[in-house]
Design a protein around this ligand. Structure first.
Ligand SMILES: Nc1ncnc2c1ncn2[C@@H]1O[C@H](COP(=O)(O)OP(=O)(O)OP(=O)(O)O)[C@@H](O)[C@H]1O
Length: 251
């Protein structure tokens, strides 16, 4: 549990005068669920973008499973075992959820081409099994663009899980999801990820979700980590409550 899976040291990245990363040091431990909180513009997504190869820091290093990953393409990083879901789900909207899942499974094996039928029986079974784990069987035949926001978020994360990552980075998995639906979505998500032993880092603005599901919380502020620790401690810190939770609650 305490072994380090992802290690970021001294990450720096400025966009003009804006320091989106101003010396980020963070170790993510095997098997943990680490929440990232912080006000808008604090650099949370920038951290995810640097870790997944979408942005290159101007200084620092990132090691995954003991090996450097900076400079690798997003694709190569996925192959190393780091998955990602985005603030806006990246499903193929005109395809069914089942087809999306089959495509993700085929992509993992590197055997898909535009001429391959998407729903070979074996992929179909595997895709259905994946959707089942996420409670999405009932919407398997629905077009991705017909899903409600909660199901769309879950389906998007299911596609990332199809690639069998050992670390999954999720940017606001509950944003846009109706409050009543939120806990059910996160419970499902956490159950699937825990059962497969996936380590998770997720950006979250809902402090109830953070308090209930995170093992540790990292507080981002102006490109730095202002606090890091168990949710009970971090969320009770008066400075965090005033400067982060107050702002995040209104965001
Ligand atoms: N590609 C980019 N080009 C220019 N500026 C950028 C770029 N990406 C991020 N920024 C700036 O860097 C800062 C950090 O942005 P980032 O998206 O990482 O913040 P965040 O904490 O994820 O915010 P939010 O909660 O709103 O998603 C912001 O001021 C943002 O405008």
């Amino acid at each position: 549990m305490s072994q380090v899976l992802l290690s970021a040291k001294g990450l720096r990245l400025a966009f003009g005068g804006v320091k989106a990363a101003d010396g980020i040091d963070l170790d993510v431990r095997h098997g943990e669920f680490l929440a990232i909180i912080g006000p808008n513009g604090a650099g949370k997504t920038t951290f995810i973008n640097m870790t997944t190869g979408y942005l290159r820091p101007q200084a620092g290093r990132i090691e995954f499973d003991g090996k450097p990953i900076l400079g690798l393409s997003p694709r190569a990083i996925v192959r190393r075992g780091i998955g990602r879901s985005f603030q806006l789900p990246q499903l193929f909207s005109e395809h069914t959820v089942l087809e999306n899942a089959a495509l993700a499974i085929a992509a993992r094996r590197g055997i898909w081409s535009p001429f391959t039928p998407l729903l070979r029986p074996r992929w179909r079974d595997e895709a259905m099994d994946l959707l089942d784990r996420f409670g999405l069987r009932a919407v398997a035949e629905s077009r991705a663009d017909a899903l409600n926001e909660g199901a769309r978020k879950l389906a998007d994360i299911a596609m990332a899980v199809a690639l069998e990552p050992s670390l999954l980075l999720m940017d606001e998995p509950t944003s846009g999801v109706a409050a009543a639906e939120k806990m059910v979505i996160v419970e499902t998500l956490v159950r699937v990820l825990r059962s497969t032993g996936v380590t998770a880092v997720f950006v979250e603005h809902d402090m109830d979700v953070v308090a209930r599901f995170a093992d540790r919380v990292a507080v981002w502020s102006q490109g730095r980590i202002a606090a890091l620790g168990p949710p009970g401690e971090v969320l009770a810190d008066p400075k965090v409550r005033r400067e982060v939770i107050g702002i995040a609650a209104n965001a």
